[in-house]
Design a protein around this ligand. Structure first.
Ligand SMILES: NC(=O)C1=CN([C@@H]2O[C@H](COP(=O)(O)OP(=O)(O)OC[C@H]3O[C@@H](n4cnc5c(N)ncnc54)[C@H](OP(=O)(O)O)[C@@H]3O)[C@@H](O)[C@H]2O)C=CC1
Ligand SMILES: O=C(O)[C@@H]1CCC=N1
Length: 262
């Protein structure tokens, strides 16, 4: 299985390429990469094949991973007749992807790919075979875990939530740290406090996220300082703000796909 990655030096493409190699899922002689800025002598410590462009990459690969930004898709001119094409692009629907002639799978990884912690939902177009599905699962195992989802429209929702990676935890951490510095704490201590809440809290929920409502109920039942904070956050629109964020992101993904106004 020769895997080609278009956008192999980008955020996601580099994470995928590096981890495919380091985990031994693909050997360097079976990895073909392309980017915009040109070949490098070293790719994650290995000598791999650099293609001049998407056309050459497709000719050298059995499976083509497309990891360029959505706006760069039209100019790629990818021809992938008879190949499996695994797209990471937000907002580029199968109607446009099919122009390349390949069997289309759309996947939505997130930035935790870099640490092997992306949960990557994916959707398969008609014509995708069982062997293709197995190949997709194997490739995505390099960056974490994955699940097939039933409908392409669900990819836009996945773009909004898991696709956002660390964005909303980071937003929360910045607001928390700013509150601490505004109240006179030095920045290093303020960041440590935010780390305790955001990262320590996330670690507590890892693997049992569906217990979140029960955990919130326990804090509320405690009737202490945290309950006062939760009530104030909700009164200030915390849950509504999260809904607005996810709704805006999903609407943007749909608008990029030409399915709805932004
Ligand atoms: N970043 C994220 O967290 C997520 C991103 N996505 C999707 O994944 C895709 C990739 O995103 P991301 O990794 O962030 O993007 P980056 O901007 O980090 O990387 C884009 C890559 O595409 C390459 N590239 C651009 N134009 C061409 C071209 N004409 N031919 C070959 N290569 C080209 C760039 O090359 P060079 O390095 O030389 O500039 C770079 O390697 C996007 O479509 C995005 O919607 C999905 C979920 C999460
Ligand atoms: O912000 C973005 O557009 C990319 C695509 C999905 C998540 N991150």
């Amino acid at each position: 299985m020769r895997i080609g990655i278009i956008g192999a030096t980008g955020w996601l493409g580099s994470a995928l390429g590096g981890r495919l190699l380091s985990l031994g899922i693909v050997t360097p002689d079976r990895l073909v990469v392309a980017n915009r800025s040109g070949a490098r002598s070293d790719y994650h410590g290995h000598a791999v094949t650099w293609a001049r462009d998407a056309v050459e990459l497709a000719a050298l690969s059995d499976i083509v991973v497309v990891s360029v930004r959505p706006q760069d898709w039209p100019a790629l001119g990818l021809g992938a007749e008879g190949k499996l094409v695994l797209s990471f692009m937000a907002g580029v629907g199968s109607d446009r992807l099919r122009d390349c002639g390949g069997r289309i799978v759309r996947a939505m990884p997130n930035a935790a790919a870099d640490i092997g912690r992306s949960w990557t939902p994916w959707w398969a177009d008609q014509g995708v075979t069982d062997a293709d599905r197995q190949a997709v699962t194997t490739i995505l195992s390099a960056i974490g875990t994955s699940d097939e989802i039933a409908r392409e429209s669900q990819i836009d929702l996945m773009t909004a939530l898991p696709g956002s990676g660390a964005a909303y935890p980071a937003l929360m951490a910045v607001a928390m740290a700013r509150f601490m510095t505004d109240n006179g704490l030095p920045p290093d201590i303020a960041w440590r406090a935010a780390d305790a809440a955001v990262c320590g809290g996330a670690a507590m929920l890892a693997g049992r996220i569906a217990d979140a409502p029960a955990l919130l109920a326990a804090y509320r039942d405690y009737r202490g300082t945290t309950a006062a904070g939760i009530d104030a956050a909700e009164a200030a629109g915390f849950s509504a703000a999260i809904r607005a964020a996810l709704d805006a992101a999903a609407r943007k993904a749909r608008a990029m796909a030409g399915d709805a106004p932004a």
